[in-house]
Ligand binder design. Structure first.
Ligand SMILES: Nc1ncnc2c1ncn2[C@@H]1O[C@H](COP(=O)(O)OP(=O)(O)OP(=O)(O)O)[C@@H](O)[C@H]1O
Ligand SMILES: [Mg+2]
Length: 147
């Protein structure tokens, strides 16, 4: 599904829509969402909206140095929202240090990964992929969701 958006607010609405769908489907399995797109294309903006929609109260800050941040949530069967940023990961093996394999196989987690293409091999086939590209105008973006 491809969306053409014209503001951060539009991007946030797409994120809300995705969460609504996920909660509606209510499948009992880990939700992994891989975000792919160049610098400033809107990945973190999208994550903030996902988090807010799921009831995360604390401010989402970029986990760049920590690789991942975990937030408590209480929505349907989900109890944690995990925000990862793979930008600085050089080797897939670094992921075991943050317990990545365990987190992406826990069915109570919603795991969202910025720069997910960099660790593609470590992400299971059932992940939802979201691609961001810039448009011609300053606030214009294209968002493609693949499930
Ligand atoms: N349609 C839009 N969607 C999302 N962000 C937009 C849009 N239009 C303008 N922006 C602005 O572009 C910037 C996007 O930054 P954001 O941190 O979300 O990108 P990012 O993809 O996470 O970048 P990085 O790769 O550096 O982490 C923000 O300053 C935001 O306000
Ligand atoms: Mg970002």
């Amino acid at each position: 599904m491809k969306f053409h958006v014209f503001s951060p607010t539009d991007t946030k609405k797409i994120a809300q829509g995705l969460i609504s769908q996920i909660l509606r489907d209510m499948h009992k399995k880990t939700v992994v969402i891989g975000l792919v797109g160049e610098l400033g294309s809107g990945k973190t903006t999208f994550v903030k909206s996902l988090a807010k929609t799921l009831g995360v109260r604390s401010t989402i800050t970029s986990p760049t140095f920590l690789i991942q941040k975990k937030y408590k949530i209480n929505k349907n069967n989900f109890s944690s929202f995990i925000h990862m940023d793979a930008y600085r990961i050089k080797k897939i093996s670094e992921l075991s240090g943050v317990g990545f394999e365990k987190e992406i196989s826990n069915d109570e987690n919603i795991v969202v990964i910025e720069w997910a293409d960099l660790i593609k091999k470590a992400i299971n086939k059932k992940a939802i992929w979201v691609f961001f590209t810039h448009g011609q105008k300053k606030n214009e973006r294209y968002i493609t969701i693949k499930k």
